[in-house]
Design a protein around this ligand. Structure first.
Ligand SMILES: C[S@@+](CC[C@H](N)C(=O)[O-])C[C@H]1O[C@@H](n2cnc3c(N)ncnc32)[C@H](O)[C@@H]1O
Length: 244
């Protein structure tokens, strides 16, 4: 099957499509100590609260078993633990060892190194799977969504958080100037590290060039999910939901 890629290759960041995976891993490994600061900086301190509210909207409840794919430093998983009340029932997974190490001091849940394309878990192991601001990094949405569906129990829920670039040209230009220009420049100065600014610039580039929501919704349906939907907060925070 033709892969459903989240965005076309970005020549400003790597020379060939095959280099994307290593580029992304190095990007997060190199900037991991600054990741939680970047989330707070971008969201004016509301990043953890927003993730918790989104998990509640998706139906996460006390006692649920949750897999947080692309957990990074564990921002979504930590928000989930506040709802489920049992960190032992949460697993965070990420291919960047740097991100996992940076998040480990704050994590009371299990951490697993790996990408969303191969989930090393038995069928029907989890009640919910979350993917926070990382879907854009997958090689193929169909492969990841099918793996997620496999490890979810029947009736289990998926929650995918993403920023969606606005349709309007004026709004896109304005957001691009802010997220792709002002934020990376300020972050470079504050962190005194060009890589942090580059990570945030890449965040905007992948947001700008990401496939439209209809492609993501179709990929979820194509992977066998039902009750596929998209809830939007503040015009650009997309919360994709689906049920096995
Ligand atoms: C922007 S961070 C998101 C971290 C966290 N989920 C959050 O909400 O803040 C993106 C994460 O996706 C991870 N990632 C990149 N490629 C991945 C893949 N193929 N499978 C799973 N995670 C991946 C990166 O290592 C990074 O930690």
């Amino acid at each position: 099957m033709t892969p459903v890629v989240p965005h076309p290759p970005l020549a400003d960041y790597y020379d060939a499509p095959e280099e994307r995976e290593h580029f992304v891993r190095d990007l997060f490994d190199d900037t991991a100590p600054w990741y939680d600061w970047s989330v707070a900086f971008l969201s004016f301190g509301s990043g953890g609260m927003y993730r918790r509210q989104a998990l509640e909207r998706a139906g996460l409840t006390k006692g649920a078993r949750l897999l947080d794919v692309a957990t990074g430093t564990g921002v979504v998983a930590r928000a989930a633990a506040k709802i489920t009340g049992d960190a032992n029932a949460i697993v965070g997974m990420d291919p960047s060892i740097g991100m996992l190490i940076a998040g480990r001091p704050k994590a009371r849940f299990s951490l697993v190194e790996g990408g969303g394309e191969h989930l090393p878990f038995r069928d029907e192991s989890f009640d919910m799977i979350s993917i926070g601001f990382a879907m854009r990094h997958f090689a193929d949405l169909d492969t990841v969504f099918r793996e997620c569906r496999r490890v979810l129990r029947p009736g289990g829920r998926m929650l995918i958080l993403e920023i969606t670039a606005p349709e309007s040209r004026a709004a896109r230009t304005f957001l691009g100037a802010y997220m792709g220009g002002v934020v990376p420049a300020l972050a470079t100065v504050i962190a005194r590290d060009r890589k942090v600014g580059r990570m945030l610039a890449y965040y905007w580039a992948t947001t700008r060039d990401c496939v439209r929501p209809s492609v993501i919704l179709d990929a979820l349906r194509g992977a066998g999910f039902s009750d596929v939907n998209r809830h939007v907060e503040l015009g650009m925070f997309s919360e994709y939901g689906a049920t096995k």
